[in-house]
Ligand binder design. Structure first.
Ligand code: ADP
Length: 178
């Protein structure tokens, strides 16, 4: 079984045990994938988020999934793109690692990620893909859990960028590294 895959889809319909929400630091909902996840999960999700006291950029917090097919939501505020020299890459890598570490700690076997920060936060897709894939692949090579991770891209164009980036850095490694 492949431990990592890139697919096109709507993450609110994902059948993974946990989905990741590209949240903001209030954790009280927003636009884009955040709004879609709250709409699909129902008001109980916002109620639980209100108890969490927000979350720092690059960190992650876990809630239940409520009306989502996913059992859990891992909420992580990505960095806002400010030109690339304000620590954006380190913060974005931290988002992926924080979610995967939290998932591992809860024994979660499957995690689906959206392309964090590449919507209203303005992170260029190809640069975000490089950071995301490195963080995920490094984590998987060092940990048995989560068993499987997927990037769920909202458009075929985004998936193509992620696939090309994966091919650039990881095509030679095949699945035996995983
Ligand atoms: P951010 O504030 O972190 O930039 P956005 O939600 O604006 O978050 O965008 C992050 C990414 O999520 C974008 O690439 C956007 O196309 C994608 N996205 C939006 N809705 C969905 C969805 N339902 N499923 C998966 N990805 C989505």
């Amino acid at each position: 079984m492949r431990r990592f895959d890139i697919i096109v889809g709507d993450i609110t319909r994902s059948d993974a045990e946990a989905i990741v929400n590209a949240a903001n630091t209030t954790l009280l909902g927003g636009s884009g994938v955040d709004g879609a996840i709250h709409a699909a999960a129902g008001p109980e999700l916002l109620a639980e988020c209100r108890t969490l006291g927000g979350c720092e950029t690059g960190q992650a917090k876990l809630t239940k999934g409520y009306r989502l097919p996913a059992k859990y939501v891992l909420h992580t505020p990505g960095p806002i793109w400010r030109g690339g020299e304000r620590g954006e890459a380190a913060a974005l890598a931290s988002c992926y690692r924080a979610c995967l570490t939290l998932a591992r700690g809860h024994g979660i076997e499957t995690v689906d990620f959206p392309s964090i920060s590449t919507g209203v936060y303005g992170y260029p897709m190809a640069q975000a893909a490089t950071v995301a894939l490195r963080a995920i692949m490094d984590f998987l090579s060092e940990n048995d859990l989560p068993r499987q991770v997927r990037m769920v891209c909202h458009t075929p164009q985004a998936a193509e960028v992620y696939r090309q980036t994966w091919n650039l850095w990881y095509a030679e490694e095949k699945d035996d590294r995983l």
